[in-house]
Design a protein around this ligand. Structure first.
Ligand SMILES: CC(C)(COP(=O)(O)OP(=O)(O)OC[C@H]1O[C@@H](n2cnc3c(N)ncnc32)[C@H](O)[C@@H]1OP(=O)(O)O)[C@@H](O)C(=O)NCCC(=O)NCCS
Length: 131
């Protein structure tokens, strides 16, 4: 597959998930619970990896996750996932979470960031070429 086609696939597989931080997703500091953030990141990254490969994929690893800003309850969050590197049977997806105030303009800021690695599997659940 050529570079242009790969770029197109990366573009087409970029995924955005928008949520509200309701009280049932917060911790006792009334900010988004880190474990919930990680679950949302893995799911959004999974969508991107699946869209990119159109194959069965599983998470094999997550890299460092940086929580740079607390995300208060009652804010809007947006997760954006994009393929950042492609191996033979694996690929890496970067996920950023942005937060924004519900009622103020121009408050969007990156708050959490991480990279997840997925492996494509064949019908026997053995690693298979991602492309
Ligand atoms: C996915 C699985 C079948 C891979 O089997 P494996 O024999 O370890 O695979 P391999 O050693 O052949 O590695 C496959 C690819 O993963 C990469 N990989 C292996 N371990 C890795 C790790 N810890 N971090 C990042 N990449 C890794 C390899 O570099 C290889 O990539 P490449 O082909 O692009 O070079 C197996 O590890 C597994 O079933 N894991 C559990 C997955 C799971 O349950 N996830 C949670 C639910 S989705």
């Amino acid at each position: 597959m050529g570079e242009v086609e790969i770029k197109k696939r990366i573009e087409a597989s970029r995924s955005r998930v928008t949520k509200v931080v309701f009280p049932n997703t917060t911790n006792h500091y009334h900010t988004l619970f880190g474990g919930t953030a990680m679950e949302l990141m893995d799911e959004t990254a999974f969508i991107t990896a699946t869209r990119f490969s159109r194959k069965k994929v599983v998470t094999i690893s997550s890299g460092r996750i940086d929580f740079t800003q607390p995300i208060p309850a009652d804010t809007i969050i947006e997760l954006i996932a994009e393929v950042v590197s492609i191996g033979k049977t694996s690929l890496e997806v970067k996920v950023d979470i942005f937060q924004e105030d519900m009622y103020e303009e121009n408050t969007k800021e990156k708050s959490i960031s991480g990279v997840f690695t997925f492996v494509a599997l064949d019908e026997n659940n053995k690693p298979t070429q991602v492309l």
